[in-house]
Design a protein around this ligand. Structure first.
Ligand code: GLC
Length: 421
């Protein structure tokens, strides 16, 4: 029988095997570079047994920060022909080859948690990282707010590539001139678990447009047809700003403007409340239309410090429909697809963020969610994501962030040793 200790060791081994020297790849083959929010989860995983390595993960990510403050979603430290679209297609303009878009800003929150594990070792790292985190958050505040909510300019920015929330805005793109390209993702995992060609054509079309405009934010704001105010970005940035405020106060650093930013984002979060759906939802900035989706990002409200009895009722409802929640899309919706990426599967990382929020609010579902995630990983391994109906593993294997979630959260309360030897 596999014990909890065996799983701790397996999880640590996955982090070490995916370590490329200062940064961690999500998984071999499918994702061979450094991804932004994957690295933040990895850092918290490393922090359970090697705190200096944890800080290094975040520090390496920020070596790719652009002059305008943006921190890219992929950093191409060394080239790998097995991935598409690579650095040439993106034409990123930062100091290290990178993509031209960003990802959910969870790094400040993870840095805060790592700092709290060992404030003495963490302080010099935190002081050095703090202004860089502020510059990144300022970039969001300057370029990406709509009614105070954060909007994305590419489905990949939200980290939830093919969720049904983007279906309507993606429909409006005509990718006729996208040209020939060769997908690499479907050479690593089965196509039935990946986004469709309809989606992929538009992903690439949006990348081509961004490159043509040299990733210039004011121009993209005018030209880009895909602008969606998104619960992932809004809730994670709100939470991250709260973390920076707490850290800045504790360490005597510059907190100017943060309290105002938090107020703006709080009202932005409320602008994502869809009263008919009775849930937080994505909103198309171009048309004002709701996506009408209860997704796992809808449940990040507690993580952002916002309680909602209506959203609690939604959580109870979706959890009662599957064995292993939280499903990325409502199982009652006709668009639910239990194995296709962000259109149904359960993701351990989203569970961790939702769970942290629930725990902080002493929510009655907090322990259930953690225990479900622990059982899911214990029974089905460190997969990229899982079918919520039976827990079967899907996507890439030996996945960094699932291992990190195990070490830093899923296996915690049970007297687990948190990954330490
Ligand atoms: C996919 C996921 C995204 C993740 C990346 C690397 O694109 O949707 O959230 O960061 O893979 O794991």
């Amino acid at each position: 029988m596999t014990t909890t200790k065996d799983l701790d060791k397996q999880a640590r081994d996955i982090l070490k095997q995916n370590d490329r020297g200062g940064y961690t790849i999500p998984t071999k083959g499918l994702y061979p570079y450094q991804w932004n929010w994957d690295s933040a989860f990895a850092a918290l995983g490393f922090a359970q047994f090697d705190i200096e390595r944890a800080w290094q993960e975040l520090e390496t990510l920020f070596t790719a920060q652009w002059d305008d403050g943006m921190v890219p979603h992929i950093v191409f430290h060394q080239s790998d022909p097995g991935y598409f679209p690579g650095p040439d297609i993106w034409g990123g303009t930062g100091p290290v080859p990178s993509s031209g878009i960003t990802q959910p800003p969870i790094a400040a929150t993870m840095a805060h948690l790592i700092y709290q594990l060992d404030p003495q070792k963490g302080e010099p790292h935190m002081r050095a990282l703090y202004p860089k985190l502020r510059a990144w958050h300022d970039w969001f505040m300057q370029w990406r707010l709509d009614q105070g909510a954060v909007y994305i300019t590419h489905p990949w920015e939200a980290g939830r590539d093919n969720t049904p929330e983007w279906d309507a805005p993606m429909e409006r793109i005509d990718p006729a001139n996208v040209g020939e390209y060769e997908r690499r993702d479907t050479q690593h995992v089965d196509g039935s678990m990946r986004p469709t060609k309809f989606d992929y054509d538009r992903y690439i079309w949006l990348v081509q447009m961004g490159k043509r405009l040299n990733w210039n934010q004011p121009q993209l704001r005018v030209e880009n047809p895909f602008q969606v105010a998104d619960p992932t970005m809004t809730f994670t940035l709100l939470r991250a700003q709260r973390d920076l405020l707490a850290l800045g106060e504790a360490l005597g650093l510059n907190i100017n403007g943060l309290a105002d930013d938090i107020l703006r984002l709080e009202s932005g979060a409320q602008s994502l409340w869809n009263p008919e759906l009775q849930s937080f939802d994505a909103r198309d900035v171009r048309t004002g239309e709701w996506a009408n989706c209860v997704s796992n990002a809808s449940f990040l409200c507690w993580y952002a410090g916002i309680d909602s009895p209506e959203q609690s009722a939604q959580l109870e409802r979706v959890l009662s429909q599957v064995k292993y929640g939280v499903p990325s899309h409502d199982p009652a919706s006709p668009k639910f697809d239990g194995r296709r990426y962000w259109r149904g599967p359960t993701w351990a990382i989203m569970n961790q963020l939702i769970g942290l929020g629930l725990e902080e609010m002493n929510h009655p579902l907090a322990e259930k969610l953690r225990a479900t995630t622990r059982d899911l990983i214990a029974a089905h391994g460190f997969a990229e994501y899982f079918d919520p109906t039976d827990g079967s593993p899907a996507g890439g294997k030996a996945f960094t962030w699932t291992a990190a979630v195990w070490l830093s959260w899923a296996n915690k309360a049970e007297g687990g040793n948190n990954g330490r030897d």
